[in-house]
Write a protein that binds this ligand. Structure first.
Ligand SMILES: *Cc1c(COP(=O)(O)O)cnc(C)c1O
Length: 393
């Protein structure tokens, strides 16, 4: 965890240079993966005062400090806490803002495990959750109670990619002293500067685009000046720092994140437009496409789109979708996203949503577009569609 420095250079420059630490790198370009629990103190007085840069492994190392300060700079945050997964970041952001007797508003489109956390952890500890339609915008104010203390937003929503008017929600929330938490994993701070848009606590699953290589798990919680002291104090209580290698790899990923994200955006948009021409596809769900219901909000608030979007197919039997998926050569079948490789999963939000009605009128697929040649990706899907048509009869 670390405080941020005021950004003086342009974004691309900061991505390359932020978080450098000449002292611990001993002249090498990269901050090393520092392993360690014990930090030695020079004398009894220092031991008593704890007055030195590093005090114990759980409270930070040169590696975690470099990553946290670079992320704070990128997110425009007062500080960033690092935890071992994106889900842990959600859990700790919620617990920072809530206590027994409080009420939480959560978008119906939230990452499903956030919902499970609310039901299976927060509820038994005395926090009640109301799920809201992400299209409400400032209308969420009507759902706020005297004891509402936090709202968990996510834009676009998991799998179904609904947009939300975050500045309007933040204004309504702050008028009543409600903490605005946002899962910003899809856009990252590169495409959505969370704190400048009114978010108090912003969550990033570093597992996705910060890693970029599907080889680590990491969660980051950045906070504005108002919330940083509470967040830091709360996360310190848990004692769950991420591992040094994961932080080292995340710092490496940070250097190329803008390049990878922009290429993912370009590739995904090209594939989305091609999918719109396919007769098997009923609808492409991508916030950067003009017909997306939240497109105007996306255009107003976001600086780009990442490589994750969804499609709804015309109705076919499940076996036909499985025939399509089973023969894919390049698109892997697997969870998570943000890596260099393309992935696809079928999904059905209707099994768990309660404030909105998910009835897309056909089977839905979520696509993570990687860095492969786009023509090869189209060919892989085209062959998949041929299998789908054959199996559908
Ligand atoms: C993947 C994901 C998470 C969780 O990240 P993990 O590191 O896998 O725990 C949280 N939110 C969103 C939107 C995600 O896609």
């Amino acid at each position: 965890m670390s405080e941020s420095n005021a950004p003086s250079h342009r974004l691309r420059t900061r991505l390359v240079h932020s978080g450098h630490d000449v002292e611990t790198s001993r002249g090498f370009v990269n901050v090393p993966a520092v392993r360690g629990s014990t930090v030695l103190y020079p004398n009894a007085a220092a031991l008593k005062s704890h007055d030195q840069r590093f005090t114990y492994g759980t409270h930070g190392t040169p590696t975690t400090e470099a990553l946290a300060s670079a992320w704070s700079e990128l997110a425009g945050a007062a500080g960033t806490a690092l935890v071992p997964s994106g889900l842990a970041a959600i859990a700790m952001a919620l617990q920072t803002a809530l206590k027994a007797g409080d009420h939480l508003l959560m978008t119906d489109s939230a990452y499903f495990p956030a919902r499970r956390f609310a039901e299976q952890v927060l509820k038994p500890f005395g926090v009640e959750t109301t799920y809201y339609d992400p299209a409400l915008g400032a209308g969420v104010a009507a759902l706020m109670r005297d004891n509402t203390r936090a709202i968990l937003t996510e834009a676009p929503g998991s799998q179904s990619l609904e947009m939300q008017d975050i500045p309007a929600i933040a204004e309504a929330a702050h008028a009543r002293g409600v903490c605005v938490i946002m899962d910003n994993t899809w856009a990252t701070p590169l495409f959505f500067p969370p704190h400048a848009r009114g978010v108090d606590l912003a969550i990033e699953a570093g597992t996705k685009y910060l890693s970029g290589h599907s080889d680590l798990l990491l969660g980051l919680i950045s906070a504005n000046a108002q919330w940083w002291p509470r967040l830091k104090a709360f996360v310190d209580l848990y004692g769950v720092p991420p591992g040094p290698e994961d932080c080292f790899l995340a710092l490496r990923g940070l250097r190329t994140m803008e390049l990878r994200l922009k290429e993912a955006e370009r590739q995904a948009l090209a594939l989305a437009r091609w999918l719109e021409t396919r007769p098997e596809v009923k609808r492409v769900i991508h916030p950067a496409l003009p017909h997306h219901p939240g497109h105007e909000i996306w255009k107003r608030d976001f600086g780009g789109a990442s490589g994750l979007f969804s499609v709804v197919l015309h109705p076919v039997p499940e076996a036909a979708v499985e025939a399509m998926l089973d023969g894919l050569e390049l698109f892997g079948l697997g969870y998570s996203w943000g890596g260099y490789e393309s992935l696809v999963i079928p999904f059905d939000c209707s099994t768990y949503r309660t404030a909105t009605n998910w009835a897309p009128g056909g089977p839905a697929l979520r696509l993570q577009v990687g860095l492969e040649d786009i023509e090869d990706l189209k060919a892989d899907l085209a062959q998949g569609f041929a299998r789908l048509r054959q199996a559908a009869g």
